[in-house]
Design a protein around this ligand. Structure first.
Ligand code: G3P
Length: 221
């Protein structure tokens, strides 16, 4: 399963890209709003794209099809490989249908049920983003929705790539991998948690201490 980082923070993206664990970045208006307001959004997105050199999803704000298509046209002028992120509403699916006709990559976002995922696939979405954390937040079972979506995809041989989104902790990532999601888009903090283990840290410390002691004893001979 591929990992993307769910962030618009350049420092987080740079640090994660450097260690080679991510192949893409997903942004949304909320993530962009958390960044320094003096930053120009277009320049920030272009910088993110230059940093990752892979998938970057950029979300539209409009809720009418024409507005979404106009925004997509503008974003594609920033860099032509952009994936246009579009909300799971009927006007959004009409925009996806048109962009798919033009061979433009789309990511349908705010999907909370397998039925919505199926509709987005049929409209021609390149990616479908299933939000699990927000389902858990309201007492539903987010992982169950990802599992059911993956099962339908396997049975039907559907084409859209499934992105598990709204990830809250490392167990979400593992459950999505087991379910067969193609990609998980993961916040920086959760990527850090995934990589850390106290036994690894203790082991590194012990190896260094043992090496230093060995060198001291050799020097002392
Ligand atoms: O990629 C979707 C993600 O940004 C939503 O996450 O944490 O706002 O539910 P969250």
């Amino acid at each position: 399963m591929e990992l993307y980082i769910d962030s618009a923070n350049l420092s987080e993206i740079q640090k994660t890209a450097e260690i080679g664990i991510i192949s893409g970045v997903t942004t949304n208006p909320t993530l962009l709003a958390k960044e320094d307001p003096s930053l120009d959004v277009k320049e920030l997105i272009k910088h993110i794209h230059a940093t990752i050199g892979g998938h970057v999803s950029v979300e539209v704000i409009s809720t009418d099809t024409k507005g979404m298509l106009q925004e997509a046209e503008d974003i594609l002028k920033w860099f032509p490989e952009a994936t246009i992120k579009i909300p799971m509403i009927p006007n959004g699916l009409a925009a996806v249908k048109e962009l798919s006709r033009q061979d433009i990559s789309t990511n349908v976002t705010l999907i909370f049920s397998p039925g919505q995922a199926l509709a987005a696939n049929n409209a021609g979405a390149t990616y479908v983003s299933v939000f699990l954390g927000r389902l858990d937040d309201i007492g539903s079972d987010g992982i169950a929705v990802v599992r059911e979506t993956c099962e339908i995809w396997d049975t039907q041989g559907l084409e859209s790539m499934i992105i598990a989104a709204s990830i809250r902790h490392p167990i979400h990532v593992l459950e999505c991998a087991k379910a067969g999601a193609d990609i998980a888009t993961v916040p920086y903090k959760v990527l850090q948690q995934m990589m850390k283990h106290p036994l690894t840290d203790a082991g590194v410390r012990a190896f260094i201490t043992d090496h230093e002691n060995m060198m001291k004893s050799k020097g002392g001979v």
